[in-house]
Design a protein around this ligand. Structure first.
Ligand SMILES: Cc1cc2nc3c(=O)[nH]c(=O)nc-3n(C[C@H](O)[C@H](O)[C@H](O)COP(=O)(O)OP(=O)(O)OC[C@H]3O[C@@H](n4cnc5c(N)ncnc54)[C@H](O)[C@@H]3O)c2cc1C
Length: 650
């Protein structure tokens, strides 16, 4: 062990075991499944699995595990499992079906994903994801998910960023909702069969570890305020991403890091926390009153053309700017991929033109996404059929009609590639704690390609976890534990003390005002562009804000009964710890890669400059105490198939 040069972390032992198989990549998953232990049906009935989360990852996992014969206890904080944030997903889900015969294949999806993630993901996992993608579509179709179809009856597809094929399956602009209805119905079937015990409006506030294994959780009933301890043979976290650490993001307001952070505090390593996806096509922020930002799906870049005026400070209405005075900058800089460059690249390009004074709309923080050509080429009804609900949404929010004037868009926080570290079996560093969907550090490396989150969440939930968890549960059932066990009493007491502490501060600042300030710090210093000096400053500011939080936060009401201020207070307290780790991670990674752009590390033409020699690893952080230097464990990344090169979309 040694101290690093910035004094904010300690370098620990590298991660030795990822369980990623070797040998030919196309047979790795098959061989892993065959070599893994099975659990016989009679034993499955004796075992319980807790699944925290009912989004696409959690609902698909819960339904599938119950279908296999395990008893499942499912938790979500919404009033219904089908209100999980996954419902917001708009544009589509990738799968290497090659229905278009346009050159797609499992290998190409694998290749695009490794390259799209800027060579910061684990090859074995990404190949498996691409392989399993084709099963997801069959599964969803069998459930009745109404994917868009072509005239001939085949499922329709469109293109998303970072690819030159058309592999994105979609259900208008409501793909997440339709897929979630499919997974939710599968879950409901098992609830009705008595195999899944559904606990809506329950929030997990602590993990219970007994004899080194994850054996349960502490939950708070959000309606009555009752705190209980729940036990199982294994715990699965499917609790989503943490983009709301930035306060403003496209995520649902409730999305938070608490489930993952509580597990992190108990020993689960947190990987690549600084990898944040900033999505290029969001409705620009209109003022300080906002609590949320709205995504305009990436699918719009299939037909919309992105441009700004050539001249800085040009305030003319878009219709008054002639063609030869417009800069279709993505088509100009990246002729091969044009408007369909990956998100990190499109976002940075938008920021650059705005920094040059060529941004449009209030404050100059916007670029146009223009459908005039598409409407001319395809006709308005065709554009309406593809994107109607997105256009309506845009019009309702901005008061402008995108059929008549170009949309205005600007990058916003959208997705977090970081999350709890998991091995090939999706198991964290705590035995018996599995993590799936956006909550794990995932297969997307430093930048996720569009339409790949739904693919990963459903791959994890329907196909990967139900296979890999058997290996762990084959050693079960584990000795019975109840609420009297010292580990359970301790975890429960921790929760009660923390809630009490939050309620008793009775300060003079609202939870939201702290969250908003934290968001400003994160966006300014750990957002689209990061610098050494900025990150150091952010760490100091976050530490100060955290100290102030525990002195001045005001949480009204009581712990008994519904108290949303108390719910938010706990979540923001966790964001205040996570934010520091994100900045430490971003500071230590002195290269640029994907969504992590360090101003000091760029190519002469302003693209992200990786440093493979020093940073070709996953940074997995160990918690050592709030405000204490975390320990860095590196998982080295080896590329046997897709060899790292300077990413080019030109
Ligand atoms: C506006 C928008 C559009 C998107 N469009 C697309 C798209 O077109 N294609 C694509 O691939 N991806 C898209 N994404 C990304 C994708 O939607 C998400 O990454 C994905 O849905 C996450 O699924 P999940 O199951 O991992 O988590 P979520 O859907 O976020 O579900 C999390 C679940 O965990 C529960 N939970 C969390 N914490 C706790 C706790 N402490 N206790 C109890 N329960 C808890 C919640 O109640 C919820 O049920 C989009 C994202 C956004 C924001």
């Amino acid at each position: 062990m040694g101290n690093d040069q910035i004094g904010n972390y300690i370098v620990g032992e590298p991660i030795a075991e990822t369980k990623a198989p070797d040998g030919p990549i196309e047979t790795r998953w098959e061989r892993r499944r065959f070599s893994g232990k099975l659990v016989n049906p009679a034993n499955k009935r004796k075992m319980t699995v807790i699944v925290v989360g009912t989004g696409l990852a959690g609902a698909s996992a819960g339904a599938t595990l119950a279908e296999l014969g395990y008893h499942v206890k499912s938790y979500c904080y919404q009033d219904s499992p089908r209100r999980a944030h996954s419902i917001a997903a708009q544009g589509g889900i990738n799968a290497a079906k090659n229905y278009r015969n346009d050159g797609d294949s499992v290998y190409r999806l694998f290749y695009d994903t490794v390259k799209g993630g800027d060579f910061r993901s684990r090859e074995s996992n990404v190949y498996r994801l691409a392989e399993v993608s084709v099963n997801i579509i069959d599964q969803a179709v069998a459930q009745g998910v109404p994917f868009a179809r072509e005239y001939g009856g085949l499922l329709d597809t469109r293109s998303f960023g970072g690819t030159q094929v058309s592999r994105t399956f979609y259900a208008r602009g409501q793909t997440g909702q339709q897929l979630l209805l499919g997974a939710y119905q599968a879950l409901e079937r098992q609830i009705a069969a008595g195999n899944v015990e559904m606990n809506a409006r329950h929030e997990m506030l602590e993990l219970i570890i007994v004899d080194g294994r994850a054996r349960g959780i502490v939950v708070r009933d959000l309606v009555t305020g009752e705190i209980t301890t729940e036990f199982a043979d294994a715990v699965v976290l499917a609790s989503g991403g943490y983009g709301n650490v930035f306060f403003l993001s496209t995520n649902a307001k409730g999305c938070n890091v608490t489930a993952s952070w509580r597990a992190h505090r108990k020993g689960a390593l947190f990987a690549n926390p600084c990898y944040t996806q900033i999505h290029p096509t969001c409705i620009p922020q209109s003022g300080d009153h906002q609590s949320k930002l709205t995504l305009m799906s990436e699918s719009l870049r299939n037909d919309g053309r992105v441009w700004v005026p050539k001249k800085a400070g040009d305030k003319r209405a878009p219709g008054d700017i002639p063609e030869d005075e417009r800069d279709y900058y993505l088509e100009r800089i990246y002729p091969s991929f044009g408007n369909l460059v990956p998100r990190d690249i499109a976002s940075r390009a938008a920021k650059n033109v705005c920094d040059e004074g060529r941004g449009v709309g209030p404050g100059g923080l916007g670029v146009y996404l223009d459908f005039a050509d598409a409407i001319k080429r395809l006709g308005r009804p065709a554009v309406e059929a593809k994107y109607g609900n997105l256009f309506d949404m845009y019009q309702r929010i901005t008061g402008e009609d995108p059929y008549e004037v170009p949309m205005r868009i600007y990058p916003a926080v959208h997705y977090t590639m970081g999350g709890l570290w998991v091995d090939y079996d999706l198991q964290s560093t705590i035995p018996g704690l599995f993590v799936i969907g956006e909550a794990n550090f995932s297969d997307h490396g430093a930048n996720r390609l569009g339409a790949s989150a739904l693919m990963q969440g459903l791959a994890d939930g329907y196909f990967v976890l139900p296979n890999t968890i058997n290996e762990y549960l084959a050693a079960g059932p584990f000795p019975k534990v109840d609420g009297q066990h010292p580990a359970a009493v301790e975890a429960r007491t921790q929760v009660e003390d923390r809630l009490q502490r939050l309620l008793s501060i009775n300060g003079d600042r609202t939870v939201d005002s702290f969250h908003r300030e934290l968001g400003h710090i994160m966006w300014e210093y750990c957002g689209m562009e990061r610098t050494d000096a900025g990150l150091r400053k952010a760490i100091e500011l976050i530490r100060g804000l955290r100290e102030e939080y525990w002195r001045r936060v005001k949480v009204s009401g009581a712990g008994e009964g519904l108290n949303q201020a108390l719910e938010r207070a706990g979540r923001v307290a966790d964001f205040l710890e996570l934010a520091e780790l994100m900045c430490i991670d971003a500071l230590h990674r002195t290269e640029s890669c994907g969504g992590h752009f360090r101003a000091e590390s760029q190519t002469p033409d302003g693209e992200a400059q990786r440093d493979d020699e020093n940073f070709s690893y996953v940074a997995a952080w160990e918690f050592t105490g709030a405000g204490q230097p975390p320990v860095l464990h590196k998982e080295d990344l080896n590329f046997e198939y897709v060899h790292p090169t300077q990413r080019s979309y030109k």
